[in-house]
Design a protein around this ligand. Sequence first.
Ligand code: CUA
Length: 308
Amino acid sequence: MHSVVETSGPLAEHIARLFWIFVGISAVVYTLVIAFLVYALRRRGREEAPRDTANALRVIGVAVGITTMVLLGLGVADFLAGRALWRPPGDAMRVRITAHQWWWEIEYLAGVPADRVRTANELHIPVDRPVALELISDDVIHSFWVPSLNGKRDLIPGYTNNLQLIASRPGVYRGECAEFCGFQHAHMSITVHASNADEFARWQDAQRQPAPAPADAALARGRDVFMKSTCPQCHTVQGTDAAATLGPDLTHVGSRQRIAAGTLAMSPANLAAWIRNPQSFKPGTRMPPAPLSGDDLGALSNWLVSLQ
Ligand code: CUA
């Protein structure tokens, strides 16, 4: 779902309500203006009526008064909606989102460092619990926008912005970067996966674990290819020596549904194609091509997909 008016949470409902108030009042005003215009044109065609200046001034005065009231009313509605969207963090779940060209880094800020989870592009949240996002950027200005859950908020280098999300029913909610941030701005999507508390806890527990050990020799070879190539210079896989933070954390990359911020579906073939030449899918991405043999690439991709 990716719609401003198909809301799935109380915060987005405030925005949708405001949207419909504006649409409704604008429709009434438009209809009245057209009706008066038609009336005036027809009257003008029928007769050469003597001018009644005093009456005309009265009509104009009333129209200006009504216009002022309508604008003030819309201003108040806008203010109230904005105020309803601002919520103190309270006991909300804290998540830091860092925007990069062109992907989303997601960190769950648990009190205990060992409980912190780092992932990318797919934000998992429990339903009915407020999630307080801390939004920052690593390079240029981006904008976080998941229309079914809340409005837009910019991610600005050197400044922390805040936004809350509340999903009132389980589902997958799609979002996009809403601020032009370079060539691949259009390939910078984020999905929010809202699930009930138990399912979310299971997901979080799984994400806290280090990467599973390779189950067989083929997967072990894939891990060796990873460790010997350039991959560990940018990526982390908990449980191995790879601990770089330039690119997405790959500890549980196989549990994600898509690759490269929504660009490709998760599969060994797509991973192999992406690793061989990321520039062909996202020209300008900072991930360099990996000159690997077909066998090495296959082993590497299968191992990455096994990181559930
Ligand atoms: Cu990030 Cu547009």
